[in-house]
Ligand binder design. Sequence first.
Ligand SMILES: NC(=O)c1ccc[n+]([C@@H]2O[C@H](COP(=O)([O-])OP(=O)(O)OC[C@H]3O[C@@H](n4cnc5c(N)ncnc54)[C@H](OP(=O)(O)O)[C@@H]3O)[C@@H](O)[C@H]2O)c1
Length: 337
Amino acid sequence: MKQYNCCVVGIGAVGAEMVKLLRRRKFPVGKLVVFATRERTEMIDGIPVEVRVAGPGSFKGMDFAFFAGTEGAKGASKTVGWQAVEEGCVVIDNGDDFRMDPRVPLVIPEINPEALRQHQGFIANPNCSTIITLMPLAPLHKAARIRRLIASTYQAVSGTGSAAIKELEAQARAWAAGQPLKAEVYPHQILFNVIPSVGSFKDDSGESTEEIKMRNETHKILDDAAIRVATTTVRVPVFNGHSIAAHVEFEKPLSVEQARELLANAPGVKLVDDPKHAVYPLPINASENYDVLVGRLRKDRSCDNGLVLWCAGDNIWKGAAQNAIQIAEEMVRMGLK
Ligand SMILES: NC(=O)c1ccc[n+]([C@@H]2O[C@H](COP(=O)([O-])OP(=O)(O)OC[C@H]3O[C@@H](n4cnc5c(N)ncnc54)[C@H](OP(=O)(O)O)[C@@H]3O)[C@@H](O)[C@H]2O)c1
């Protein structure tokens, strides 16, 4: 079997899971190289991993580079992303820097794998909340066309990265010890709280960057800019696993029973829907689960052709590392690499 030389750039919350999942999914890795901002050895899944700093020529001889560095001007994707493409490898980027770039396919393999055929060496992974929301919505869109989506997110602290996971844990320990709580990553205490702000507020629209991503990325992935999208993104004191309440209005009628059947057969989606017996998607059950869980399926009585659902998925796995590896798996399957 052909093997592929891979590198992972960034070894925080997403990068570490990327290394773990490449092993667990048995991706045919030849050489594996890990880059971050300084050299050291990290223990990942009980195995020591050498971390290096990328420089000119670092990506030569690599087949895939999975980028999981921070976003923005100093982040890995902007500083060395296109250098990696020039040096001959396919970049699969977890960050936001190039998602809306017309050169860059934005791919969820179960939904729009064909977009990979247009790639120019750089492929973007969508935002974690967008992936988890669209996994159950895409099969419904195919059947009845979504006209309007109102999504409210309940996002875990792991979505902010490793520093936020440590902050929630430190606040829990301080609270149990009767000590004052320190808030450094978030502007407010996250323990026993919810914060209606994910990302940042860059313009005067009142929408956060995370809310804008949900709309723009939904249009690009479903290739339908006519879908009206309104989102409220909220950080909750959950370690891992994002949940979303989605209110969806369709062009054509779609019964709860039809939707249930479509979701039961959708790849990467698991129907978990027996609320009378306390069975519904929970972030705790979605965490470290390859599937996005969907339930609380019901008619939206406030409009014609409306449905409401609740879904939960692992933001670090399906929302980032797993989806990126699935893109590489799909490229190999399609003979694109
Ligand atoms: N967490 C999620 O749920 C999630 C979901 C989807 C997408 N993403 C995206 O995935 C990316 C990584 O997120 P994360 O949560 O893993 O962040 P994180 O825990 O803060 O880790 C960031 C990693 O990036 C490395 N890094 C930063 N700048 C770099 C550069 N110029 N060159 C090489 N490495 C660099 C850091 O290196 P050091 O260790 O040396 O400091 C660190 O290992 C971000 O773009 C994020 O938006 C995250």
